[in-house]
Write a protein of this length. Structure first.
Length: 507
């Protein structure tokens, strides 16, 4: 048996997975995002470790297996975040995660200093707030003493692996998300590190995603309930891991994910970048493969925000929102939602973009709000799909993934708005299963990624676009596309007012 661990933004999941991709036991532990100042987003790395111990013990107990039955551990994790660790391997304070916007000025400076041409031929991406390159540049400016004391700058899942094994390492899919890693040459870039104001010595060795990057220490074994010495493979960034779990290992397949954020992902045989770097291009966990990705910051998070804002509690909250959103009908009676609660990446790369409901009338109720949130997320993803189609041929079908894809209504809305059939893979938690599949390839349970896909991935029925809604959604999307340009200046002014309210001049 294999163990997959996915260190997400809102929770950590661990699952015992058999050689056919079935989850035999599942554990989960939630944790908060700390917003200590406007635009900041932090988490405590030690909380991740405690969550891993709790979730792993839950998964093992629910599987009915013993610790000796686990052949290997695979890891998946949220991308871009930064943990500074000292010589002892302990975190030196909170992690700055991907949703953090404090480094907006540093990201702008790096983009201007490096230029789109250099970024395109090295990292394949524009520097964005929350990416490690920008976060380290902010730290070099504001906390130079802390940075000087650090031994490692690690991505979230790589910090968790350090806790599990005592060994520091990264792998290409997550290393490429730092924007300090040359995705063409496959190693850390001294030039990019210098531009960010840090030394490349802070960054760990990079190994293959399926390489055994350490073994479980006695202390970690005691905490997790697993056997000391269990192999831990390098793993993958969450997007690469869910792609593996969904069978997205070649250019003829693509996925749309509604997790905390939202992503469109399609593999490619060579790095691809649009002229303005509005899309992302990262290394895949599959050797010799890359992927193009459109990313939005507040997908499932937008619906979660609405759930909490209207004070809905209990396990049936999302099902209730689904029913009410279905009754509201396509277009939510003229209500649109801009899902920029944390700023936005594709296509705007704007940390100061702000969310909005546009078109509110007295007749609108909770169901209309929920429907407009679902449709707004779909329109934001359509922005990315249009850019991707200019670089690579799109497949005929996409695979839905993430918590939002469990909603049949949201899957149908995505199919209608994107104009593509949307299927799902049988079985949930595809990033966790993908992490376990990586572990299986790493220790020889599968001879290849193709064999792992054949064994573990089974597709279900597809939601197909409804022809009668095409004109409605095309018209709504046209209105949606005009809202950001029309409101951009006001969004930025509101962000300035918010910052001044928190930090008045002279303080």
């Amino acid at each position: 048996m294999l163990l997959g661990i996915d260190l997400g933004t809102s929770s950590l999941r661990a699952a015992v997975v058999d050689d056919a991709g079935h989850i035999l036991g599942m554990g989960q532990c939630e944790y908060p995002i700390a917003v200590t100042q406007p635009g900041w987003a932090e988490q405590e790395p030690e909380t991740w470790c405690q969550a891993a111990a709790t979730a792993t013990r839950q998964a093992l107990a629910r599987s009915g297996l013993s610790k000796g039955d686990i052949a290997a551990i695979g890891l998946s994790g949220q991308m871009h975040g930064t943990v500074l660790a000292g010589e002892t391997g302990r975190a030196m304070g909170p992690a700055v995660i991907w949703a953090d916007a404090r480094s907006a000025a540093q990201a702008l400076r790096l983009n201007e200093a490096l230029g789109l041409r250099l970024l395109s031929r090295t990292v394949g991406n524009r520097v964005a707030p929350g990416f490690m390159a920008a976060t380290l540049a902010w730290t070099a400016e504001h906390e130079p003493e802390r940075l000087a004391r650090a031994r490692w700058a690690l991505l979230p899942k790589d910090y968790l692996r350090l806790w599990l094994t005592g060994e520091a390492a990264s792998e290409p899919s997550d290393a490429s998300s730092t924007l300090l890693f040359d995705i063409h040459l496959g190693f850390w870039s001294e030039d990019l590190c210098q531009a960010a104001g840090v030394s490349a010595r802070l960054l760990p060795p990079v190994v293959s995603s399926t390489a055994v990057a350490g073994r479980l220490t006695r202390q970690a074994a005691e905490a997790t309930g697993l056997a000391e010495g269990t192999p831990v493979v390098a793993g993958a960034a969450d997007q690469a891991a869910q792609a593996i779990g969904n069978g997205i290992i070649s250019p003829d397949a693509a996925s749309v994910t509604i997790g905390t954020g939202g992503q469109l992902l399609q593999p490619c045989l060579q790095p691809q970048a649009d002229a303005e770097l509005r899309l992302h291009c990262f290394c895949h966990a599959v050797p010799g493969m890359w992927y193009v990705m459109a990313a939005m910051l507040s997908a499932g998070l937008s619906l979660r925000w609405l759930r909490d804002a209207v004070d809905m509690q209990g396990d049936g909250a999302y099902a209730t929102l689904d029913r009410e959103a279905e009754a509201a009908g396509p277009g939510a009676q003229g209500l649109l939602f801009l899902p920029y609660l944390l700023g936005e990446r594709t296509p705007y790369t704007d940390a100061d973009a702000r969310g909005a409901f546009v078109g509110l009338r007295l007749r609108h109720h909770r169901g209309h709000l929920a429907r407009s949130v679902m449709e707004g997320v779909a329109f934001a993803l359509r922005d990315g799909l249009g850019l991707m189609s200019q670089l690579i041929p799109l497949p005929g079908t996409m695979v839905g993934s993430g918590g939002g894809a469990r909603s049949w209504l949201w899957r149908q809305i995505l199919a209608d708005v994107l104009g593509l059939p949307l299927t799902t893979v049988e079985g949930e938690e595809r990033a966790v299963v993908g992490a376990a599949m990586l572990a299986g390839v790493g220790v020889g349970r599968f001879s290849s990624f193709g064999e792992a896909r054949e064994a573990c991935v089974r597709y279900g029925d597809a939601a197909t676009p409804q022809p009668g809604l095409k004109d409605t959604y095309d018209r709504l999307y046209g209105v949606y596309r005009g809202l950001y340009p029309a409101l951009c200046q006001q969004m930025h002014e509101l962000s300035d007012i918010e910052r001044l309210a928190v930090s008045p001049p002279g303080e």
